[in-house]
Design a protein around this ligand. Sequence first.
Ligand SMILES: *Cc1c(COP(=O)(O)O)cnc(C)c1O
Length: 427
Amino acid sequence: MQLHNLKDETQQVSFVEAVKTGLGRNQGVFFPNSLTPIQDIDKLLDLDFVSRSSKILSHLIGDELPADTVAQMVQNAFNFDVKLVEVEKDIYCLELFHGPTLAFKDFGGRFMAECLAQFNQGEKVTILTATSGDTGAAVAHAFYNKPNIDVVILYPKGKISLAQQKLFTTLGNNIHCYAVDGSFDDCQSMVKQAFLDDEVKQKLGLNSANSINISRLVAQVCYYFEAIAQLPKEQRSKAHISVPSGNFGNVCAAMIGAVLGMPVAKLSATTNQNDTVPRFLQNKEWAPNDTLESLSNAMDVSKPNNWPRVQFMLDNEWFSYDDFYSSCVGEEETKEVMKKIHQTGYIAEPHTAIAYQGLKENLADGSAGIFLATAHPAKFKDSVEQILDIELPMPKPLADALAKQCLAEDIKFDYQLLRTELLNKLA
Ligand SMILES: *Cc1c(COP(=O)(O)O)cnc(C)c1O
């Protein structure tokens, strides 16, 4: 796979380089120069999840990794279920929360850990990542106790749920957590500054595990094919997929799948009140507001890092603007939708409810709709219980994490403080 920096076309890198570097020059993200459709999609859809995912990833990555190596990495990373559940006639929920940290980010995080273990044999690596809620846990669990790898996680203090937080701040050992006095965008900007800091970058062997990293995106392509494979055959070509979007990595993966030839008619990327992209599509002005705190806090992002990748595919007509919808669902509406879904007998947490609403708004008659459940309802126990007036049982991984002590340290939103801390502790 040959990739280029979307801010500087002259920076050309291989897949291995893109994974190891994370972010390119001028803070540009890497994207494949081209995507070749996969032949015989029907045959591909007939395979089981792990075999099919190995084929898709080998196709994408190309000859940089032997097929049997990729197959082994996929088998290690994707060791949990993907379920498609029909919640109403022709409306399906793609449950992506059956991994160790109960959110879809386990797919990308675990595959990225496999990639770095392959590429960085023996060298010291520090994964530096900002989390708006679920990345931290997925990355921490994927890299926990891996030799020669330290993980540093920044999160906005008090702005993520206790369950989300305790899934990563209680691990210790090679997982170092900082509660930042600021928003997710502030955390993300400190990560970006560290990557521009050559001394820190060199001494720590910095790598980012944000959805900036291409290895996470390619991994996520695989569950979209699985969703289509689980649909009744006659509905496949009419699928409309709705993705709750914050940093726009997940919907970017869906679009890559479509470019590879996955049968999908339309895509919706639905945001919460942080609606930079829906406004941009309406008036072509990129005007991020301050980030607002929402029930769907993993989507509290006003400067989505992956939007340039999505826009690249749209501008180059790899996917049609006509088939791409992006709207925003406000806080009150999110609650109403959660109640409406509950009446059908299904329990959705806020992010999932936003995806459902984004689907219902634009679903054409006769289409099959798929909305993504990106997190387990228990991960948002407090808001789900309060809004739906129910009691949720705690799944065991969460109950275990909640019983442990938080090991995170507080830090101000000040890059110099972080820099000193990291150089003292990890260099
Ligand atoms: C990260 C996250 C999202 C947003 O995904 P992006 O790839 O950032 O758009 C949605 N829902 C949940 C539960 C998440 O953790």
